[in-house]
Design a protein around this ligand. Structure first.
Ligand SMILES: [Ca+2]
Length: 390
C-alpha cells in the first residue's frame, strides 16, 4: 500500500509515519491486487490475538505488521520441489570443489572457535563447518528476504503450514526484542531462517548460545555464536561425542528382508549392528576407523546415487537430520565434513572419504541454500532451493 501523492509529505516526518501506519493498520483490510485476502485478515487476527502475549500494545504491533509485505515469490519458492531431487544431483550441488575449499579455509580461519566448540559439545569441527557451508556457503548467502515478510506471507497465506509459520512469526518478534534485532530490517531465507546457520526463530531462541560472552546471541554477526550454536543444537539433539556418523554398507546377501530400509526421510536408528550383521549387512571394509560396539544402533539407508547406494546411519547421522529433516541433507553434511577434514589435517583421517566430488566444478556461490533448521517435530520440513544468492 503506497501513500497517495497528497499524503506523501506527511511520511517525511517520523511521528506522522508511525501514526499513519497505525491508522492504516487499524483500518479494514485493504484489497490489494495479487495479495490473498487471508493475508490482511490473518495479520489483523495475529495482532488481536498475540499482541499481549508478545509484550506489544495492539497499536505498536499493528504498526509493525503494517510494514510487512506479502511476497508471492516466497510462496513460489516454497512450492518448488527441491527435495524431489535424487541423491546423485543433490550431491553435485553441495559437494563442489569450491565449497570444499572454502570449508577448509573456514576450518583454518576459525580453528580456535571450532576446537572450543568441539571440546564443549563433542561435535567435530568439520561437521559444524560443513553445516555452515551447506546452509549459507559459509555466510556468503544468509538470505535476502525480510524475515517479517517471509513469516507473515507463509503464516497468513500458505495454508498447509500457516500455523507453523505464524507461530514462528511470534517467536521472531520475541527474539528480536531479546537479542536487540530490528524486526523491520532483519533478513533471512524465504522460509524465515536466519543467520549463518539458518536457524528458524524458535530454534534460535531455544538453542543459540552466546559463545563469545558479549551478552548477545548473534547468529548474523558473531562467528563465535554461530559455531557454538550449531554445536549446541546438535548436542541437544542427541549427538554422541566420538561416535560414528555414517558408513557405507556392504550387503553380503542382497537387500535383507525384515529390516526397514530408509530413503530420503529420516529414520530412527533402531537396529543394532549385530542384528544387521546377522542379516548380511556390515560396514564396508575400512569405512570406520574404530569398530563400534555390536549394540550400536543404526538405520539402513538406500540413496539413489549412480545406482542404489546403501549406508548405515548411526545416532549422529540422525542428529544431523534434526537440523534439516532429510537424509540427503545429512549425507551431504557428512560427506562435506569428511572432505573438509581430509583437506585440513595432514595424514590419515577417520576412514576413507566416500564418494568424493563428482561432476563438473560449479560455483558454490550460485548453489542454493537449504531451508532452515526446522526444529524437532516438523516432519514436513522442506529442503528447497533458495531462489538466488544474496
Ligand atoms: Ca555473542
Amino acid at each position: 500500500m503506497r501513500p497517495s501523492a497528497a499524503l506523501a509529505p506527511l511520511f517525511r516526518r517520523p511521528g506522522a509515519l508511525a501514526l499513519a501506519a497505525c491508522i492504516a493498520a487499524l483500518a479494514p483490510p485493504a484489497v490489494t491486487a495479487g495479495v490473498p485476502a487471508s493475508y490482511a485478515t490473518g495479520s489483523q487476527a495475529f495482532v488481536a490475538e498475540q499482541a499481549q502475549r508478545l509484550g506489544y500494545s495492539a497499536e505498536d504491533l499493528a504498526t509493525l505488521m503494517a510494514a510487512a509485505r506479502y511476497r508471492q515469490d516466497i510462496i513460489d519458492a516454497m512450492n518448488r520441489p527441491y527435495e524431489a531431487k535424487p541423491w546423485r544431483d543433490y550431491r553435485r550441488i553441495f559437494l563442489t570443489p569450491a565449497r570444499i575449499d572454502a570449508g577448509v579455509a573456514f576450518r583454518r580461519e576459525h580453528a580456535a572457535l571450532l576446537d572450543k566448540a568441539e571440546l564443549t559439545y563433542g561435535v567435530p569441527a568439520e561437521v559444524i563447518t560443513a553445516i555452515v557451508g551447506i546452509e549459507t556457503n559459509y555466510g556468503a548467502n544468509v538470505g535476502r528476504h525480510r524475515v517479517l515478510d517471509a513469516l507473515s506471507t507463509l503464516g497468513f497465506a500458505y495454508p498447509s503450514r500457516a500455523d507453523f509459520f505464524s507461530k514462528e512469526l511470534g517467536e521472531f518478534l520475541l527474539l528480536a526484542r531479546e537479542e536487540q534485532v530490528d524486526p523491520r530490517t532483519a533478513v533471512g531465507s524465504y522460509a524465515g531462517a536466519v543467520g549463518l546457520p539458518q536457524f528458524i526463530p524458535s530454534s534460535y531462541r531455544a538453542y543459540a548460545v552466546d559463545f563469545d560472552d558479549d551478552g548477545r546471541r548473534d547468529l548474523w554477526g558473531s562467528d563465535a555464536d554461530v559455531v557454538g550454536s550449531v554445536g549446541n543444537y546438535l548436542a541437544m539433539h542427541g549427538w554422541q561425542r566420538g561416535a560414528p556418523i555414517a558408513a557405507r554398507a556392504t550387503l553380503t546377501d542382497g537387500v535383507p528382508t525384515g529390516i526397514p530400509v530408509a530413503g530420503k526421510r529420516p529414520a530412527l536408528p533402531q537396529e543394532s549392528l549385530a542384528q544387521l550383521g546377522a542379516a548380511g549387512v556390515v560396514p564396508a571394509a575400512g569405512a570406520l576407523a574404530d569398530s563400534p560396539p555390536a549394540d550400536a544402533r543404526v538405520a539402513l539407508l538406500e540413496l539413489d546415487g549412480d545406482g542404489p547406494e546403501y549406508w548405515l546411519g548411526f545416532e549422529n547421522f540422525y542428529a544431523i537430520t534434526r537440523y534439516n529433516q532429510s537424509n540427503l541433507y545429512a549425507m551431504a553434511v557428512f560427506q562435506l565434513s569428511r572432505e573438509i577434514a581430509a583437506g585440513s589435517v595432514p595424514g590419515p583421517v577417520q576412514g576413507p572419504v566416500q564418494d568424493s566430488v563428482q561432476g563438473p566444478a560449479q560455483s558454490s556461490a550460485q548453489g542454493p541454500a537449504l531451508s532452515p533448521a526446522q526444529g524437532s517435530g516438523q516432519d514436513s520440513a522442506r529442503q528447497v532451493a533458495d531462489d538466488a544468492a544474496g
